[in-house]
Ligand binder design. Structure first.
Ligand code: SF4
Ligand code: SF4
Length: 337
């Protein structure tokens, strides 16, 4: 790792240089309080103060819908090509970087998913620091810092960004405009440490996740699941916006005049009633409470057992998005009590 600084007023020059070499994607404001990742057009449109985008960056690695292969009239199977994903994603916060780390584990489990990994290995990542709002839970989930996944990370100080260069690609990015970067001084380091303390003090939402897997198992039959399942609309919004949910459906499409049948995969949700429906008509999670509970159990226990850590990054998207006002913090607090 190398630590440098970049003057804040020079960030536009750096992004302009990056956009000439790569397809640069940045956070932009879309509505009054909504942000999305969009292709860079000008520095004025980059939303540096944003907290979370509607959809997480997983959409660049694990596409909402993609064709896996097609079968022609000759019955040959042709794999569908991966697009040239030479993107640089700018502005990913620690929670979303942890989200990518979780997807990396999921898409490597019992074999690498080539569709995911061909994109993942081509896309560069620039992390960016943030301050929490009322939905952020990353401190509780221990995802408020990360030392992997990104190529470079920009930490906001008063007049400069402290820049951590972690990979060879990160080094290449910096070398596009080396004159913009300077060595870190003792004062920068002292300010960085002070900023961390300030950020720590700004977390409003705290949950205790100590022995949570154990508590969720013990409370498997709790009435709380039934209670919340009556409130839940099973719209699946919480799953769609989650940076770590990776359930998908696989289906084929064809028509009578087409030369090809195409096999697709698209995002799906375990909240949907027929998600766990299998041949013969048996449904492993037909009941509402079972489906509501499953999401919590899988995030904390199922994923943790298989991949070594729970699959919630505390990004706050599910609580902010839920049309029924269901707040994950509240559910966990009730279970603990
Ligand atoms: S967003 Fe809310 S209402 Fe919709 S499925 Fe998730 S918890 Fe239920
Ligand atoms: S469960 Fe909610 S808070 Fe946790 S990573 Fe998913 S959207 Fe973010």
């Amino acid at each position: 790792m190398i630590f440098l600084t970049l003057e804040k007023k020079k960030l536009s020059e750096f992004l302009d240089a990056l956009s000439r070499e790569f397809r640069l994607v940045v956070p932009e404001k879309k509505g009054e309080k909504t942000y999305t990742f969009s292709h860079y057009s000008s520095f004025n449109k980059v939303a540096l103060e944003f907290l979370r985008t509607i959809l997480p960056p997983k959409k660049f690695f694990f596409l909402p819908k993609e064709s896996l292969f097609n079968i022609g009239n000759d019955f040959n199977i042709n794999s569908c090509s991966i697009d040239n994903a030479d993107y640089i994603l700018f502005g990913l916060h620690p929670c979303d970087l942890h989200g990518i780390d979780i997807l990396d584990r999921a898409f490597s489990y019992k074999g690498r998913d080539s569709f995911y990994w061909q994109r993942r290995e081509k896309i560069g990542i620039i992390g960016f620091s943030c301050l929490p709002d009322k939905y952020c839970l990353c401190k509780s989930m221990r995802t408020d810092f990360i030392e992997s996944v990104y190529d470079i990370f920009l930490y906001t100080l008063d007049n400069v960004y402290m820049v951590t260069v972690r990979t060879a690609l990160g080094d290449d990015m910096v070398r596009l405009k080396p004159e913009l970067f300077k060595e870190c001084t003792e004062m920068d380091i002292a300010e960085y440490k002070e900023r961390i303390k300030i950020r720590d003090s700004k977390f409003i939402r705290i949950i205790d996740i100590t022995n949570l897997a154990e508590l969720l198992t013990l409370e498997y039959k709790s009435e709380i699941w039934e209670e919340y399942s009556k409130k839940c609309l099973f719209c699946g919004s919480c799953v769609m916006v989650c940076p770590t949910c990776q359930c998908f459906d696989v289906y084929d499409s064809t028509d009578m005049i087409s030369e090809y049948s195409i096999r697709w995969r698209r995002w799906d949700t375990c909240m949907r009633k027929d998600y766990a429906l299998v041949a013969g008509g048996h449904n492993f999670r037909e009941g509402r409470a079972e489906r509501f509970r499953f999401r919590y159990l899988h995030k904390e226990i199922g994923f943790g057992d298989e991949h070594g850590k729970p699959s919630c990054t505390g990004c706050g998207r599910c609580s902010e998005t839920c049309p029924a006002g269901i707040d994950m913090t509240e559910v966990v607090r009730r279970i603990r009590e």
